[in-house]
Design a protein around this ligand. Structure first.
Ligand code: C2E
Ligand code: CA
Ligand code: CA
Length: 398
């Protein structure tokens, strides 16, 4: 059994690569040489089914469904193959739209049955898992899509304060799904699905319009002279940056809102951009040209290279809640948070600490020079009416 994800393997002329009846955990790409695929006649003599040449792949069916190989493969001449392990293949499939996995399972199953009119009969654990996952995913996507059509979503607002004096600096807009019979659902349960299905695009546009409409209301409340206007932080999914045309739509929403762009802050999660970092950075620059503020969210939880960070036009770096939690009990947690804050400052960014739950957290992060703080200590995410009262109860006005 091969365990490495990719492996280059050499077979001398005449050697066996795999035999009929074996379980297939690897498919092969012929890098050079050629391979004969044979099946045994009842008398045991081999029949050559086909010859696989350089650049072709073989052994893929058993890789997908883990059923026994239906043919044998041998090197015709000295041959070099690149082995594609099942583990690698399934890790790719897990990140793809489940519908692709479902279709693949269907095709493989029909190939095995040799009958294109039969329905899917997931005969192996692997095919059954692909099938179940796809069905669950399709149902959940349908629910989400109907929820959007029925306007079951709302925006909650969580205060962000100046750590210096606890005065209100702005709000972060956070989505909630009010699902009939199921109550208020947190984004952790549906954002991932919204991203894979692309529903994040209409949802994200609606969310941005709604958050800016509320900011307009907050702006209309009288502010004492000299007081800095509040900002509204809006979470952006990488797909909103990368999907053709979507960025233009977001820029149009910002420009049509009539709100000074310096009051609008987009938060982008680093791990979500990793797949296409160069394109994401280009999109961030275009967004930044409109005058909005940009923050990197959940910083430290992804693995992006620090050189990328320097190329991003960022105003703020948000220290992830996991570091704030680690700070409570561990010296190492404190050292990491301290290093992140120092790096933000070194790169000319202001630092926002999230997940501040008590005055110890507050004190520690203030001591690190974090400009902004967010967390249950200052206020939980709240519905519009509650955010409005929160604002009205601020001693220094808006
Ligand atoms: P996030 O951007 O890191 O948002 C902060 C999350 O931490 C929020 O969870 C907030 O309610 C929670 N939080 C804030 N302070 C505290 C605290 O003191 N203690 C604890 N235990 N939690 C705190 P929420 O609202 O469930 O949002 C989860 C994530 O969903 C967000 O994480 C964000 O990544 C994503 N999300 C929310 N709204 C949107 C949206 O409109 N678009 C996109 N793309 N993502 C969104
Ligand atoms: Ca955020
Ligand atoms: Ca976070």
């Amino acid at each position: 059994m091969q365990t490495a994800l990719w492996q280059r393997v050499s077979y001398p002329a005449g050697s066996r690569i795999f035999s009929e009846g074996e379980t297939g955990e690897v498919a092969y790409l012929v890098e050079n040489g050629s391979v004969g695929i044979t099946q045994e006649r009842p008398d045991g003599s081999p029949v050559l089914l086909k010859t696989v040449q350089e650049g072709e792949i073989f052994g893929e069916i058993a890789l997908v469904d883990h059923l026994p190989r239906t043919a044998s493969a041998s090197a015709i001449q000295d041959t070099v193959l690149i082995a594609i392990s099942s583990q690698f293949f399934y890790s790719k499939l897990k990140n793809a739209d489940p519908l692709l996995g479902h279709m693949l399972a269907l095709v493989v199953s029909r190939f095995r049955q040799g009958n294109s009119s039969t329905s899917l009969n997931a005969t192996t654990v692997h095919l059954a898992a692909l099938h179940d996952y796809a069905v669950t995913h399709i149902k959940a996507s349908q629910d989400l899509s109907e929820g959007i059509e029925r306007q079951e979503f709302s925006v909650f607002f969580q205060p962000v304060v100046h750590l210096q004096d606890r005065t209100l600096a702005g709000f972060e807009a956070l989505l909630r799904w009010n699902r009939p019979g199921k109550g208020l659902i947190s984004p952790g349960e549906f954002i991932g699905l919204a991203e894979t299905t692309g529903l994040i695009l209409p949802l994200g546009r609606w969310m941005t319009e709604e958050a800016l409409r509320v900011l307009q209301i907050f702006n209309s409340m009288s502010c004492p002279p000299g007081k800095t206007a509040l900002f509204m932080s809006i979470n952006l999914s990488a797909r909103q940056l990368l999907e053709p045309g979507e960025l233009d739509a977001m820029i149009a929403i910002v420009q049509n809102s009539g709100i000074p762009p310096a009051q609008i802050k987009f938060e982008i999660t680093e791990s979500m951009m990793m797949e296409n970092m160069d394109e994401a950075i280009r999109a961030m620059h275009r967004l930044k040209e409109t005058g909005v503020l940009l923050a990197i969210d959940d910083f430290g939880t992804g693995y992006s290279s620090l050189s990328y960070l320097e190329r991003m036009p960022l105003d703020n770096l948000k220290i992830d809640r996991s570091f704030v939690i680690a700070m409570r009990s561990k010296d190492s947690g404190h050292r990491i948070a301290s290093a992140i804050a120092a790096m933000a400052h070194g790169l000319g960014m202001d630092c926002i600490a999230e997940g501040i739950e008590d005055s110890n957290d507050e004190r520690a992060l203030k001591a690190l020079g974090c400009k902004y703080g967010q967390g249950y200590l200052f206020g939980k995410p709240m519905a519009f009416e509650d955010a409005l009262s929160y604002l009205q109860n601020q001693p220094q006005g808006c």
